[in-house]
Ligand binder design. Structure first.
Ligand SMILES: Cc1cc2nc3c(=O)[nH]c(=O)nc-3n(C[C@H](O)[C@H](O)[C@H](O)COP(=O)(O)O)c2cc1C
Length: 194
């Protein structure tokens, strides 16, 4: 009897937590250990990475591209390297994805491709990746165009994936909903695949 009451109380408690999480208010520790890894040049991907990680109490790692990507030439070379599917040199990594159940990898879209830094990261760590999830940020290119190449390179089907285009990043309500849906799926409470 006592056990039944305890189970019922726990179910009520969990229901309350999940509801508040689904509405985007509270954070909810995921059942699994999650690492959010990202590259970002101008901050969009960094914002998504930080917001998703904060919702899940996940660890986070920023990838650094050791190639100079500044100025017009940096932009042009970045687009060209991405289109030619060239990885770049990246800085040392602090976290080992083998220590995590899911590694969430975020990339800006450059030249209709993942960035050279994320290409380098996946190439370097593919042997250590358990489950993977992906997100992209872009002016207009959809994640659907990029995710298959990330799956191919990692050798893994995405557990969940999502894309943010210009409009999503500017519309606070839409942005919050998308971050929340993605984080909910990653926390193991949904199967969000747009
Ligand atoms: C070199 C370069 C190439 C880009 N190519 C594309 C593209 O092919 N499609 C697109 O929608 N946006 C493209 N963009 C825009 C970025 O994907 C978009 O602004 C992204 O959110 C930037 O992420 P960040 O702020 O994390 O660096 C490009 C940006 C750069 C710098």
């Amino acid at each position: 009897m006592k056990l039944r009451i305890a189970v019922a109380a726990l179910a009520l408690l969990m229901g309350g937590v999940m509801t508040s999480f689904a509405k985007g208010g509270a954070t909810m520790p995921a059942k699994r250990k999650i690492l959010v890894v990202y590259y970002s040049k101008t901050g969009n991907t960094e914002k998504v990475a930080k917001d998703v990680a904060a919702k899940l109490n996940a660890d986070i790692e920023k990838i650094t591209d050791l190639t100079d990507r500044s100025g017009v030439m940096g932009y042009l070379r970045g687009g060209r390297d991405a289109m030619k599917k060239r990885p770049t040199e990246i800085g040392p990594l602090q976290k080992n994805p083998a220590d995590y159940d899911i590694t969430v990898i975020g990339t800006p879209v450059w030249g209709w491709n993942m960035t050279p830094a994320v290409r380098a990261y996946i190439t370097k760590t593919k042997g250590q990746l358990k489950e993977v999830a992906f997100f992209t940020t872009a002016g207009g290119t959809k994640a659907e165009k990029i995710v298959p190449s990330m799956e191919e390179l990692s050798g893994k089907k995405a557990y969940a994936w999502i894309g943010f285009v210009g409009g999503d990043l500017k519309n606070a309500k839409k942005y919050d909903e998308k971050v929340n849906d993605f984080a909910t799926a990653l926390a193991g409470q949904g199967t969000y695949l747009p």
